[in-house]
Design a protein around this ligand. Sequence first.
Ligand code: SF4
Length: 521
Amino acid sequence: MQLAVWTYEGPPHVGAMRVATAMRGVHYLLHAPQGDTYADLLFTMIERRSARPPVTYTTFQARDLGKDTASLFQNAARDAVERFQPQALLVGASCTAELIQDDPAGLAANMKLPCPVIPLELPSYQRKENWGAAETFYQIVRHLADTSVRPAPREGRRPCVNLLGPAALGFRHRDDVREIRRILDLLGIDVHLVAPLGASPEDIRTIGAADFNIVLYPEIGDEAARWLDKTFAQPAIRTVPIGVGATRAFINEVAALAGVDPALALDDPSSRMPWWSRSVDSTYLTGKRVFIFGDATHAVAAARIAHEELGFTVCGLGCYNREFARDIRIAAKEYGVEPLITDDHLTVEEAIAAAAPELVLGTQMERHIAKRLGVPCAVISSPVHVQDFPARFSPQMGFEGANVIFDTWVHPLVMGLEEHLLTMFRDDFEFSDAAGPSHLHGHSKPEPVLAPAGDIVMTAEAAPAAEGDLGWTAEAERELRKIPFFVRGKAKRNTEKYAGEMGLAAITLETLYDAKAHYAR
Ligand code: SF4
């Protein structure tokens, strides 16, 4: 048992739903208790799809358990095939149905249904959503790909590729695909197939006709790509083009594999991020401490952008999907931070508080955590809420994605001039610390009333990172407030650590300066 309030990922059958919903001509029969249809809302409300997901639930109830749940499943299969006439049927069980062991695969096989049936074995108590999506996509490809289909001879035709991984409910998948298609077009490369997003079983049958694969989202596409490499000798590009550096590397790799000239794509005039981040306006970004958490692919990409392209200091890096922990460990080593591999949001909250960052890049969970800690935050990865399925074009990949990322990450920060004014005029009604950034007026918090000099006060409001239970004299706290707010958290932590080591009962003005001198040595 694990006490869980928030979960970063759903059960694996939600991953399977994401693949089925992304595709055309596929139906998913899910053996599940009444109530599991809640998952429909993820697609109709968060992703705002206009059609119900292609999922039939058996929705058994308590009274069904005394009867024959297996025939319930078979009747539902018959009805679903008759009504939706899919080109392929996925069958599987949700967590509860897994316990009653009805064997959807065997039951469907006995029925001789008029379309291919793809059984899904998704261990709900060991695995999660991303794994479920990867496994489902892999099983679909393995069952439906026609192994006799091979690429046409290269003479006289443009190279062609498959884009693997985009799915329903994916963070910016819709727009990433559009941006990558644009880049491939500049390179003179055709897209044979995007899958699972928009693909039908018939499309999957011809997946072997592409020259190579591009794995856009390894969490979902890599398993299938490995099988395709083994079966069709289709190599795969695994560089994820998020960020300018990664996009350039991606273009060069794709061009080399396809045997085309990368120049036109590399010189894309729509790439504004390098100039924006070099411009003098961005000088104040240098060295800002950023904490990054999300799925491994987006977190690693974000760390590279933060470090190489924006001049931030990565002060924390982690992911919630253990299957890709290795990528995080390698990247964390590069930035000299401890990798954080956990799906416990309380552990993430503790790590963020301890690192005292000036910006958090994370998921919807980190938005809440950052809000509680009073730290600016931007979203870089699933799980996300409805606002991260925007109406406007908002990719993360390619040069346009880098433009979007620059704006998104810099927006929650206080602009340079205002940061300066906040420090200079901290008692001003408009530019006081508590007023918050002017473009995010909703952030305002009332300033705590300071106790008279000499009293010992607790400084819960003074900085995001509260460590230990040491009391601060009002005089010391007033001095602490003179330190610019973006480094105040660190100064406070260091002082408390120093006072703890020295065995002091309270922090005075003198302690503050002693600690400063101590850490300056
Ligand atoms: S079967 Fe799984 S997903 Fe469905 S309600 Fe039970 S625990 Fe939740």
